[in-house]
Design a protein around this ligand. Structure first.
Ligand code: SF4
Length: 352
C-alpha cells in the first residue's frame, strides 16, 4: 500500500468522507462546476448544516448560470435570505451574468481564469478548478491551515499570512505526490484535507487516534496539538444601541432597503442608532421622520441582540399599530422582499 500523505488521506476520505449533496461526481470522479461553485460560495463562513436546507432549493430555482443571470437581484437575494453575508449572493449574480456574457455560459477550466469572475478569489477558484476540472492546485482555508500548522508543528497564528503561505507551499508538495493521469486526485486531496480539518483535526477535542496521518504528525509527536495554530488576535467589537420602529398596515410593514453599512439592498424597518437619547424619544423621532401619525404611542416590544461583521447590536423594538392615514408604497409584505437577519429578529419580536 502507498503510504505517502496524499494517498493515506485520499483513501481515508474515500472511506470516511461525509455524504453531502454537492459531492456527486461523474465517471471521471469530477464534479459539476456550477454545483461546486454554488456550494463553495454558500459554505464561506457558514456551517454545512446551515447550507444544507438552501442548496437544493437554490439549484431548483436557478438550475444553471443562464437561469441565475436571468433572475433579478431581488429574486437571488430572496433565495439567499437567511444565509447571511449577502454580498456573496450579489457577487454570485454578477458572476453568472459575466459567465453568460463573456464565457458563453461555460465555466473556464483553470483557477487563473476563474478568478476573473466577480466574487471568485484564490480559495474558490482553486476549489472549482481542482474539484470540477482536475487542476493540481491546493485550496487553503481555515481547516487546511489548522491541519498544516499541526502536521508541521508551525508556531504561527491562525490569521498569520506566513501560515497561509506555508499551507500553500505544503499543498503544492502534496499535489506533486499524486499519481499521474488521475484527473480526480487533486480534488480528492483538497476535499480530504478540508474534511480532516472539519471532522478530526478540529480546533477543540481533535481525534488524533482516528487520524490517517497521525504517525507523521509533528504536533502530535511534540505534544503541541492543542496549542497550534496559535490564537488569532482578538477582534475589536463595536457596540451599537439601535431603535427600530415597526409600522404595521394590515399584513404589511413599513420597510426600507438599506443603502450602506451591512447588507445594502436588504430590507429593514426604519431604525436609528442611539446616541444619548432614550429609546422612546428615538421611536417618536422615527415616526416624525417617516411622516407617521405621531399621536399613536408605539408599544415597547423589548430588546433583540444581533452581531454582524464586527458590530454587536442591541436593538430596542417599538410597534406602531396601523394609523388611519398610513397608506404608502413602502409598506410591503415582509415575505415578498429579502430581509436582513436583524430585521427578521425585530419582526419576530414585534409579532411574537
Ligand atoms: S494527528 Fe491530530 S493534530 Fe495531527 S493532523 Fe491528525 S488530527 Fe491533526
Amino acid at each position: 500500500m502507498d503510504t505517502n500523505f496524499s494517498s493515506l488521506l485520499r483513501a481515508w476520505f474515500a472511506d470516511r468522507g461525509r455524504d453531502l449533496p454537492w459531492r456527486i461526481t461523474d465517471e471521471r470522479g469530477l464534479r459539476d462546476p456550477y454545483r461546486t461553485w454554488i456550494s463553495e460560495i454558500m459554505l464561506q463562513q457558514t456551517r454545512v448544516e446551515a447550507v444544507l436546507p438552501y442548496f437544493e432549493d437554490f439549484l431548483q430555482q436557478f438550475n444553471g448560470p443562464e437561469a441565475l443571470a436571468a433572475a433579478s437581484e431581488q429574486q437571488v437575494l430572496k433565495a439567499w435570505a437567511g444565509l447571511g453575508y449577502y454580498r456573496r449572493a450579489r457577487l454570485l449574480h454578477a458572476a453568472a451574468s459575466s459567465l453568460v456574457k463573456d464565457f458563453a455560459s461555460e465555466f473556464p477550466a483553470s483557477a487563473k481564469e476563474l478568478r476573473i469572475l466577480p466574487g471568485i478569489g484564490a480559495y474558490t477558484s482553486a476549489a472549482i478548478a481542482s474539484l470540477a476540472f482536475g487542476e493540481r492546485i491546493p485550496v487553503v482555508d481555515g481547516n487546511v491551515k489548522r491541519v498544516v500548522a499541526r502536521f508541521m508543528a508551525l508556531e504561527r497564528g491562525a490569521d498569520d499570512p506566513k501560515l497561509e503561505r506555508a499551507a500553500r507551499e505544503q499543498g503544492n508538495r502534496w499535489m506533486s505526490e499524486l499519481p499521474d493521469g488521475n484527473l480526480a486526485a487533486a480534488g480528492e486531496l483538497n476535499e480530504a484535507l478540508m474534511e480532516l480539518g472539519a471532522t478530526l483535526c478540529t480546533p477543540r477535542n481533535p481525534r488524533c487516534g482516528e487520524c490517517p496521518v497521525a504517525e507523521s504528525c509533528a504536533a502530535l509527536k511534540q505534544g503541541k496539538v492543542l496549542e497550534l495554530p496559535l490564537p488569532k488576535k482578538v477582534k475589536k467589537w463595536v457596540d451599537l444601541e439601535m431603535v427600530f420602529l415597526v409600522q404595521r398596515v394590515g399584513a404589511r410593514v413599513l420597510l426600507k432597503a438599506r443603502q450602506d453599512g451591512w447588507s445594502p439592498g436588504l430590507y429593514e424597518p426604519p431604525s436609528l442608532i442611539l446616541k444619548d437619547q432614550p429609546p422612546e424619544s428615538a421611536a417618536t423621532r422615527l415616526q416624525h421622520d417617516f411622516q407617521l401619525p405621531t399621536k399613536i404611542v408605539p408599544k415597547d416590544c423589548g430588546v433583540v441582540r444581533h452581531t454582524i461583521t464586527h458590530h454587536r447590536i442591541r436593538a430596542h423594538v417599538f410597534l406602531a399599530p396601523s394609523g388611519p392615514t398610513v397608506h404608502r408604497e413602502d409598506c410591503l409584505d415582509p415575505e415578498s422582499v429579502p430581509l436582513t437577519g436583524l430585521a427578521r429578529k425585530v419582526l419576530d419580536s414585534a409579532f411574537p
